[in-house]
Design a protein around this ligand. Structure first.
Ligand code: ATP
Length: 582
């Protein structure tokens, strides 16, 4: 139990000092919980002396005890207030910091990391699991550490008057701690099971929501909903079973504490009869017996959650240890924007996809990558942006090996425009501004005009301040693509990697997108995963890929004269586009 408390304390990082000060306040507050009872007992003693005729009751005693009680109550609330002020916000502060740290980790790991881990797992770690720590971390500390500190303060008080009664209290606390140990062990067993059930529920929910459009279009809503329903039911069953498992140990924990309260009164009664204890002190113990264990009675709730917290901490620590792809990278400025690959081979997991690729893309030229589906075109682009590391060979950007850069600095020189555009659930202006955080409204509008999206944005209810649905759900494919081009225009990076839209775009949209692209690509080094013949014909260099190998390289006029993949590719495109090359 205290091992997890130690880990939570370590998790609190630079807020540790506040945590320790909070413990001191908690201990002091417990003393002032006991003080009014002590004063009441003292006053009762004076009343008894008056009643027995041994010493008359002075009015001053009433004032002293009333003033003492008020002071004790004020001090108790003062220390409780400071304990809460110091400790309660720590969970939220550390969790907020860690979410940002995790965001940074995710940004700097290889994309291979996301293939090893399910997105649902990562999502639960950053949201639900950090929330467990955020909400319960400090509460657990409050229950366990402050609970024991308070009971220790109370037992010190009792020991001052009656060591035997204090020993009985201590025995009750120790026995209840045994039951808590049992709860902790039970929780260590159940936590991984319920953790797994929660991860599966998150993954099933994510899968269900993401695939909803496909599921509906194939009329398979029933099948997909079943997996989600099963995960929800399994999670419920596991949680209920776990809770039932805790009931006997919870009862045992309370039984020892309540038993110790009764034993405290019994010991006090025996000592009263033996003349060791005065009647007012006996009454004080009777009052005490109700509240002495209050601080530790609720620890069983905290003990349930300790192993869950342990598991969460394990997972967060493991995620933080994920190797950064740019560990030794530097922030480099580019002298030029030439790109080259030298003998690059690469594979996902154990399957080699690219074999010994070598090419050079001179600065401010346009290079098209063509080839059959699955030949490795997108993979080449991902390697230039260093989403993954090569297996062998080297990639140079501006004369530097991409491994010399930090991810942020490399990507600050590259703009990527994908076919599947993702827009954030935010305003259109902020989505465009994503390309340049400090951009003014005029710059955003200028970029949007160049990208051909200003007119349709203005027709939206709140113009540039219209909030888009998640992923840009409220816009058409062509509109989303033009917004992503406006984003890239605003970023104004010297290298542009562009995945050209396939034939699915209608002619009007295609003309608009082409216009936007020509604005974006002026004076840049451009790599296009090309599908349209009109694009391919005009580029400075064509790289033809087949099955992960670079099979042809050159301009359209040279390649079209050669037998090979390029010629076949062109004739297929001619047929698809309905026109012929002369
Ligand atoms: P397309 O024109 O269809 O987009 P492409 O030429 O761009 O295809 P890539 O996307 O680079 O091809 O894929 C090359 C090969 O690598 C394919 O066989 C694909 O299945 C595989 N592949 C791509 N991404 C991954 C990944 N993340 N994990 C495992 N294999 C992958």
């Amino acid at each position: 139990m205290f091992h997890t408390i130690k880990r939570i304390t370590k998790w609190a990082q630079e807020y540790k000092k506040r945590l320790y000060l909070g413990y001191i306040c908690s201990f002091l507050s417990a003393w002032f919980v006991a003080a009014p009872v002590m004063l009441a007992a003292w006053f009762l003693e004076k009343m008894t002396e008056d009643y027995n005729g041994t010493s008359p009751l002075s009015r001053a005693y009433i004032w002293y005890s009333a003033a003492g009680m008020i002071l004790a109550i004020v001090l108790r609330f003062f220390f409780t207030y400071w304990k809460n002020r110091l400790q309660e916000s720590i969970g939220y502060e550390v969790a907020a910091k860690q979410r940002i740290e995790m965001g940074d980790v995710l940004k700097r790991v290889s994309l291979g990391f996301f293939e090893e881990k399910k997105t649902g797992d990562i999502l639960t770690a950053v949201t639900t699991e950090l929330s467990i720590l955020e909400l319960h971390g400090m509460k657990v500390i409050d229950s366990v550490v402050n609970g024991y500190l308070q009971v220790a303060a109370m037992i010190c008080f009792v020991a001052f008057v009656s060591p035997a009664a204090a020993a009985v209290c201590l025995a009750g606390v120790l026995l209840s701690a045994l039951a808590l140990h049992g709860i902790n062990r039970q929780s260590a067993y159940t936590a991984p099971i319920s953790h797994k059930a929660k991860e599966e529920l998150s993954a099933a929910s994510l899968e269900y929501i993401r695939g909803l459009a496909i599921v509906k279009s194939f009329g398979r809503a029933g099948a997909s909903f079943e997996a989600f329903q099963k995960a929800a039911k399994d999670n419920k069953d596991i949680c209920i079973r776990n809770e039932y498992g805790f009931v006997p140990l919870n009862c045992l924990h309370l039984f020892f504490l309540k038993g110790a309260s009764v034993a405290l009164v019994a010991v006090a009664a025996f000592e009263l009869m033996a003349g060791v204890l005065e009647f007012p002190m006996f009454l004080m113990f009777c009052f005490f017996s109700f509240s002495i264990f209050g601080g530790v009675e609720d620890i069983n709730d905290a003990a349930h959650i300790l192993s869950v917290i342990d598991k969460v901490l394990d997972k967060l620590e493991a995620m933080k240890k994920a190797p950064f792809i740019d560990e030794s990278g530097k922030n480099l400025e580019l002298q030029n924007s030439e790109i080259s690959m030298e003998h690059v081979s690469f594979g996902y997991q154990n399957r080699e996809i690219l074999h010994d690729i070598t090419f050079r893309i001179p600065e401010k030229t346009t290079t098209a990558i063509v080839g059959p589906s699955g030949s490795g075109k997108s993979t080449i682009c991902s390697l230039i942006a260093r989403f993954y590391d090569v297996k062998s060979g080297q990639i140079f950007v501006g004369g530097h090996d991409v491994r010399e850069f930090t991810c942020d600095s490399l990507l600050s020189h590259i703009s990527m425009v994908f076919q599947n555009v993702y827009l954030f659930h935010d305003t259109i202006a902020n989505n465009i501004k994503f390309g340049k955080e400090a951009a003014e409204r005029e710059e955003i509008i200028k970029a949007a005009k160049k990208a051909g999206c200003h007119d349709f944005i203005q027709l939206l209810p709140q113009g540039y301040d219209t909030v888009l649905g998640e992923g840009g759900a409220s816009l058409s494919g062509g509109e989303k693509q033009r917004i992503s081009i406006a984003r890239a225009i605003l970023k104004d990076a010297p290298i542009i990697i562009l995945d050209e839209a396939t034939a699915s775009v209608d002619p009007e949209n295609e003309a608009l997108i082409q216009g936007a692209i020509s604005e974006l690509t002026k004076d840049k080094t451009i790599i296009i995963i090309a599908h349209r013949l009109a694009t391919i014909e005009q580029v400075d260099q064509i790289l033809v890929l087949d099955n992960g190998k670079l099979v042809q390289k050159g301009r359209h006029e040279e390649l079209i004269r050669q037998e090979g993949v390029y010629r076949r590719f062109v004739s297929v495109r001619e047929e698809a586009e309905g026109w012929k090359l002369v």
